[in-house]
Every structure is written in structure tokens, then in C-alpha cells.
Design a protein around this ligand. Structure first.
Ligand SMILES: *Cc1c(COP(=O)(O)O)cnc(C)c1O
Length: 405
């Protein structure tokens, strides 16, 4: 039985929505993007949502809007996908990496220790879809002592008067933070990724959620950022095609990172079926949990804790006390059975580029520990119960092959 890791969820509804766009005569940014923004707004509870062409470009846009410049520090976890730090670098800042907690997410105590007078933003990451402790992080940046340390040197920073919290919610669309409160609404800015392997996709895409506090006007900010995502052109392509609508102005150095309707159509059809997609992912997640809870060598991923509940994006199994080599061997065994698994994530300080910048995994012991035993199992709606049982059996057999029992 061949089991891919994360095929996209494409059914007739998705195909219909895409062909509808193709037949409509309008394929780039237009009504489908607007409709997708509205759906994400509903699901996340964010005040405003702007869709762009990736999480990464959205994060660069927001950090540049914040006025990040040379030497400004942005706190990120060491344990995340490289994009989290790459966006900081492209915006002209310096990523300051912090160790994780046992639940994979960034350590709030670690954030506190990393804050300096140069800290402009924090990017917590909801690893595997399990929300970070936003209350603790928002409380931290609002502490009088931390605020006093903050040195504003852009008009946006002046207006905010404290460190910005921009959450990397790439995995956590539809995750619950509190009863009736979902991810995307609890931090100043939150960005979802709509990349092909994420739980809702537009092939490539990102959605920026805006929840800036007073005196920011989120509606006005949405309009400004939308313009910045379109070369700072005062009129978008749709407005310009209308008779007599040819004249426009360029009012700043914008980026070109808008989402096209043809992409939005995929996500729009998917997000309308989100309750089904969520339920099906949870079915797989729960089946893994049920089986692996019988083995004391298996560490189950965080899923529900108090009011917090994961988006069931990744099933991050960990093998207790496994070394990196044992884990790699176990993946080799699993792969022999044609079950595709992954590791989320190789901590950034272990990757050549970041090593070259001077980051050292020795400074992130919990991230390293989380990584050593981690194996992400396939989780998606198309995985029927028979396939789930096959994955479980393969993983268990592979474990015993490695430990020789
Ligand atoms: C996928 C991912 C990103 C990047 O998303 P893109 O839309 O591909 O730019 C960022 N952070 C995390 C944690 C991710 O998994």
C-alpha cells in the first residue's frame, strides 16, 4: 500500500470553483480573493484579512510596514520552518532564536530572556497547529518594564509603543485558542499559509490577519497593505479594466505579492468544506492517538489542553529517548513499506545557511530533543481507516526493528 505524505484535497467542488474562474474572464486578484478573505475572517475571527501569494511574502510585507531595519531584532523559535527567519532577514532584521518547550512551541521564558532594546517583534509559531500561549506573550509585551525598554524608530512603532506580536499561524487555520476564539484573532498580526501541503490551500498563498490595537484603524491598514502588495498602485487591475479607469498613481515602493483569483478559487472551495476537512483530519489524529497511547515508547503530540485545541494539521509523534540516528533508521524502515513520513522540523541552527550565520544547536537543547525523536505521520481526509491502520502497523513494526525486539 503506497501512502503519500500530504496530497492536496481536490474534489469536484474545487474543480468547479476553478473552472468557474477560468470561464469568468477574470483570473487574477478580484472577487474570489475577496470571498476567500471573508471566509478566513469568519473562521479566524480576525478583524481584517488580506490574502497574498505566500506566508513568506506576507511576513516580509508586515515587517517592512513595521519599519524593521539594520540590526533590529525579531525573536523567533529555533524550531520552525526556515521561512520564519528568512522573512526577518529579507525585511532587513536579525532573527534572534529562542528554544522551545516540551509542547514544540516557543518558550515564553526564553522570549523574556531574549528581549533587548533592539527587539521590534516576536514571531511565535503554532507548531503542528497547536496554538502558542498568546495570553502570556501579549501580557509580556505589555509589561511596563518591557515597554519602557522598547525604542520606537518608525512611525508605526511609535504608534504601537511596544513590541509587535506577529504569529506564524502557517499550520493553525481553524485551531481553537479559547471557547469561540480561534487562532488568527489573538495577536496583532497572524499569518496563515495556504501552501499546497497546508490544511487549506490555494497551491501557493498566505492570509494576513490584522488585529492591531487602538489607535490603529484596521480597515485603513487593510487598504494600505493591499496597495503595498500591488506595487503601491492606487488602482488594482480590475478597477483599471473598467472604461475610463486607466489613470493611476504609484505612491510608494511596493511589493508585487497579490493573490490571483485562480488560486483563491481552490482555497475558497476548500474552506467552505472546512468542517468536513477538520473532522476527517481529527479522525486520523484520534486513531493514531488511540493506538500509540498503548505504547510507553510513544510520546503523543499536544492536541487539546484546557480550551486550546490543535488544527490537526500535523501528527508529530515522538519516540521516547530516541537518538537522531535511531529515528532516522526508523524512518528508513517505515519508508521500505512505502509510507511517506516527515520530520517537522530540522531546527534552523542545524541547517547550513543558519550555521554559517553563527547559530549553534547547542544553545537550543529542547528543540534538539524534540527533533531527535520526531516523526510526522500522514494526516489528511483521503486517508481511510484501512490506510490509517496500515500506517500504525508499519510504524510499530519499524520501532521494534530498530530497537531489536
Ligand atoms: C509552510 C510554512 C511557512 C511558509 O509558508 P509559505 O506560504 O510557503 O511561505 C512558514 N512557517 C511555517 C511554520 C510553515 O510550516
Amino acid at each position: 500500500m503506497k501512502i503519500p505524505f500530504s496530497p492536496p484535497y481536490i474534489n469536484d467542488d474545487v474543480i468547479f470553483e476553478v473552472t468557474d474562474t477560468l470561464r469568468s474572464g477574470w483570473i487574477t486578484t478580484g472577487p474570489k480573493v475577496k470571498a476567500l478573505e471573508d471566509e478566513i475572517k469568519k473562521l479566524s475571527g480576525a478583524k481584517y484579512v488580506l490574502c497574498v501569494n505566500s506566508w513568506t511574502s506576507g511576513a516580509i510585507l508586515m515587517l517592512r510596514w513595521l519599519g524593521i531595519k539594520d540590526g533590529d531584532e525579531v525573536i523567533v523559535p529555533a524550531y520552525t520552518y526556515c521561512a520564519t527567519a528568512m522573512a526577518v532577514l529579507w525585511a532587513g532584521g536579525k532573527p534572534v532564536m529562542v528554544d522551545s518547550d516540551e509542547d514544540f512551541n516557543i518558550s515564553v521564558a526564553g522570549i523574556r530572556n531574549a528581549i533587548t532594546e533592539k527587539t521590534k517583534a516576536i514571531i511565535p509559531v503554532d507548531i503542528a497547529g497547536y496554538p502558542c500561549d498568546y495570553d502570556a506573550i501579549m501580557k509580556l509585551v505589555n509589561e511596563p518594564e518591557i515597554k519602557q525598554k522598547f525604542k520606537a524608530d518608525s512611525s508605526v512603532q511609535e504608534k504601537l509603543g511596544r513590541i509587535l506580536v506577529l504569529s506564524d499561524a502557517a499550520h493553525s487555520l481553524g485551531a481553537r485558542y479559547k471557547n469561540d476564539v480561534n487562532t488568527g484573532s489573538e495577536t496583532d498580526v497572524a499569518i496563515f499559509s495556504l501552501h499546497a501541503v497546508k490544511n487549506v490551500t490555494t497551491a501557493e498563498g498566505g492570509a494576513i490577519c490584522l488585529n492591531l490595537p487602538e489607535p490603529f484603524d484596521n480597515q485603513q491598514l487593510y487598504a494600505e497593505l493591499r496597495r503595498r502588495s500591488l506595487n503601491c498602485q492606487t488602482k488594482d487591475a480590475l478597477a483599471k479594466t473598467r472604461a475610463g479607469g486607466w489613470r493611476y498613481d504609484i505612491v510608494g515602493q511596493g511589493m508585487k505579492i497579490n493573490m490571483a483569483d485562480i488560486n483563491a478559487a481552490i482555497g475558497l472551495a476548500q474552506i467552505r468544506q472546512y468542517p468536513i476537512i477538520w473532522k476527517e483530519r481529527k479522525r486520523v489524529f484520534d486513531a493514531y492517538n488511540r493506538e500509540f497511547s498503548k505504547y510507553n515508547w510513544a510520546i503523543l503530540p499536544p492536541s487539546i489542553c484546557g480550551e486550546r485545541e490543535t488544527s490537526y494539521h500535523i501528527f508529530a509523534l515522538r519516540i521516547k529517548d530516541f537518538s537522531e540516528e535511531q529515528r532516522d533508521k526508523m524512518i528508513d524502515e517505515i519508508s521500505k513499506n512505502e509510507v511517506a513520513v516527515n520530520v517537522h522540523f530540522i531546527p534552523m541552527p542545524m541547517l547550513s545557511f543558519f550555521k554559517g550565520l553563527g547559530y549553534d544547536i547547542k544553545n537550543y537543547p529542547q528543540a534538539y530533543k524534540n527533533y531527535c525523536g520526531e516523526i510526522s505521520l500522514p494526516i489528511y481526509p483521503q486517508l481511510d481507516d484501512e490506510k490509517v491502520q496500515f500506517v500504525i502497523k508499519t510504524v510499530i513494526d519499524s520501532y521494534y526493528k530498530v530497537v531489536g525486539k
